[in-house]
Design a binder for this molecule. Structure first.
Ligand SMILES: [Zn+2]
Length: 277
């Protein structure tokens, strides 16, 4: 029923930042490894089905990015035309979780239905979200935007598992935040699993290294197990939420180096010439 042949799944990088392991891996000192520098990239994701477009997250807003001293270069409304998508065609936005670098720019799509987990929405609209260890990760005006969208009946609140149009599957995993979602997208060439911040860096899953920002550590470990299991299925690829490796594991889109085609593996580098003709 889905006609996935034309479906595109893109990661669009809009910011990058130099950081280090100790800032990103929980209790890095436990591993007895040097605190080396690493790079954190910031993305939002696009699922395009012909004339319909679903966004997964919307990056951070320019104002919040500037205030938090992040070097950003685009927003969804500016980036979509560069890949041939009219922002007005965005009819659904999945908010994987309500951290500030995922909920900015929702106002660019006033016609879109917003999908978020009930647990995530309930948490960020509760008094607990104003405690110091949580409040720093959200923007109050963006949580207020979600509340207005709810009042306007533009919010779909889901629990557990939920299927969107075109068999796009949302799975609530929690861990990083109370209602963190991952998004499984069937395509003509296989299934693309957008982990968003259930997995910031591939190392979290591949070396069992939890991320530093966590609300429920056992749930985070269970999410790693779930995603490792999905990634082991034939034809399934895992897309980490903040990892520069995304741009080397998948193919570059013709639009430029900051756009990655998640339905295609990276092209192998040409074999070295061996002499004959
Ligand atoms: Zn994030």
């Amino acid at each position: 029923m889905t006609g996935n042949g034309a479906r595109e799944v893109l990661a669009i990088r809009y910011c990058t930042r130099a950081t280090n392991r100790a800032e990103n891996y929980l209790n890095q000192h436990l591993y007895g490894e040097p605190n080396t520098d690493i790079q954190m990239d910031y993305y939002f994701w696009v699922i395009r089905d012909g004339a319909r477009t679903t966004l997964v997250d919307t990056g951070f807003s320019p104002a919040a990015g500037d205030r938090r001293r992040r070097a950003w270069w685009t927003t969804p409304a500016d980036a979509l035309p560069t890949v041939g998508i009219d922002p007005a065609s965005v009819d659904a936005i999945v908010v994987s979780h309500a951290h500030w670098d995922h909920t900015g720019n929702l106002h660019q799509f006033p016609q879109a239905q917003i999908v978020i987990s009930q647990a995530e929405y309930d948490f960020w609209t509760s008094p607990m979200a104003r405690r110091s260890q949580f409040v720093t990760h959200a923007e109050a005006d963006e949580i207020a935007y979600l509340q207005r969208a709810d009042a306007e009946r533009r919010l779909t609140l889901i629990t557990g598992q939920h299927t969107l149009a075109g068999d796009v599957e949302l799975i609530e995993v929690g861990g990083h935040t109370p209602g963190q979602l991952v998004v499984s997208v069937p395509t003509a060439t296989g299934t693309v699993v957008l982990a968003s911040d259930a997995v910031h860096f591939y190392e979290e899953v591949e070396r069992d290294r939890p991320f530093a920002i966590v609300t429920d550590l056992p749930a985070m470990y269970r999410a790693y197990d779930l995603l490792a299991g999905l990634a082991a299925r034939p034809g399934t690829s895992l897309v980490a939420g903040h990892d520069p490796l995304v741009r080397t594991r998948f193919a570059q889109h013709p639009a430029g180096p900051d756009v990655t085609d998640l339905t295609a593996p990276a092209k192998a580098s040409p074999a070295p010439a061996t002499g004959s003709p």
